[in-house]
Design a protein around this ligand. Structure first.
Ligand code: TXA
Ligand code: MG
Length: 356
């Protein structure tokens, strides 16, 4: 694709400057792309109702058209532009979690461009809570379609610098409002099946959703049964393990804390004796165990503070990539609360395989 000069503008995260928001909204209005911060990760935005602009998203990311994108709204009445049916469950969840990191899969309204939904009969909608995102959608006066602002198959960006590393020369403008608060993408919840089901765990936990809708189903286990992969391919395109290939191979360790630590130490020793540089992503509590192991250590936070771990997770994977290690060994952070989303991202990065 043609080279585009990429401008990065710093914006106040709490009180975005109106002149900058108007500049960005004008670009979107003219069919250009704008990268903007959300509370989860940075998004690569286009006016959701301009097919030519939507095409640019796929070109900039190198993403296949088979992968649908999320539409971001700033006010609940915009739902009516996007979906013909708003089930009562959607209203209750929106009331509780919007604006915030929850994406609802609803029946696609007739006006939604096919590029947004990859030809599916459903559309993904979320109301982000980042003031810059909300101001931009309002200034444009139209919903914004946006995937995460990374190159296809790479780790999602949580800073403007991450975005620049992936998309410089491919987008005209990045709005920089500092690091994203949550650091992991939104929870994608399907409301178009018999029972509501999580398609992608994310910033809103299964437990929190069940407090509102007790019958919310967990994501399908997808490292075991082939049929599940087939169901997933139809229901949640873009969620397949085979779609993800980080630049450095990652091994995910599971089991008891002692078991994970000793498994990782054995693997580090084996690789270090072969002269292979190893990176580890571990909890703060694990650092003493690995301090003299010869591995490059990154800790996203304490195992008792999964919000902190989630917020630093993608930055950690990028830091380890840049440290030029040949492999990343990573521990598991459990499945409670945000643990499920953290595990999902690490499992994807590990190509679905677990070391025990
Ligand atoms: O937090 C987030 O969700 C971020 C920020 C920018 O909002 N966005 C994000 O978008 O993560 P993306 O495109 O990287 O991931 C969206 C996920 C994809 O896995 C996609 O397959 C799924 O949502 N999705 C989108 N539309 C869908 C639909 N109609 N049915 C099922 N899954 C859908
Ligand atoms: Mg993404």
């Amino acid at each position: 694709m043609d080279y585009i000069r990429t401008e990065i503008i710093e914006v106040n995260a709490k009180y975005p400057e109106p002149t900058m928001i108007e500049h960005a909204a004008k670009l979107l209005h003219d069919g250009e792309l704008v990268v903007f911060p959300t509370e989860t990760v940075y998004g690569l935005g286009a006016d959701a109702f301009q097919p030519a602009a939507l095409e640019r998203i796929f070109a900039a990311k190198g993403r296949p058209f088979s992968d649908p994108v999320i539409v971001h709204i700033a006010e609940e009445h915009e739902l009516e532009l996007l979906t013909a049916i708003i089930p009562s469950e959607a209203k209750r969840l929106a009331q509780e979690f919007w604006p915030g990191p929850l994406t609802l899969i609803l029946p696609r309204g007739p006006r939604v461009p096919l590029l947004v939904t990859a030809g599916l009969a459903t559309v993904a909608i979320r109301m982000p809570r980042h003031p810059v995102a909300l101001a931009l959608i309002s200034a444009l006066g139209s919903p914004i379609a946006a995937p995460s602002a990374n190159r296809f198959t790479h780790v999602s960006p949580t800073t403007a610098q991450h975005v620049f590393a992936d998309l410089s020369g491919r987008v005209p403008l990045i709005l920089d409002a500092g690091p994203c608060e949550i650091g992991i993408e939104s929870t994608v919840l399907d409301l178009c099946s018999d029972e509501p089901r999580i398609l992608r765990p994310g910033g809103i936990s299964l437990e929190a959703l069940r407090a509102i809708l007790p019958n919310v189903q967990p994501p399908l286990q997808r490292n075991t049964v082939v049929e599940d992969e087939e169901i997933l391919a139809k229901k949640a395109p873009g969620q397949l393990l085979t779609h993800y290939a980080p630049t450095v191979p990652l091994l995910l360790f599971d089991g008891s804390i002692e078991g994970m630590r000793s498994g990782m130490l054995t693997e580090i020793e084996r690789r270090c004796t072969q002269g292979e540089p190893v990176g580890v992503l571990v909890a703060e509590e694990d650092i003493p165990t690995f301090q003299n192991s010869g591995a490059f250590i990154y800790s996203p936070g304490s195992e008792d503070d999964l919000e902190q771990v989630a917020a630093n997770l993608f930055a950690g994977l990028r830091t380890l990539e840049e440290a030029h290690v040949q492999v990343i060994l990573c521990r598991n952070f459990g499945e409670q609360g945000l643990g499920l989303a953290i595990r999902d991202r690490l499992l994807k990065a590990a190509g679905g395989k677990i070391c025990e």
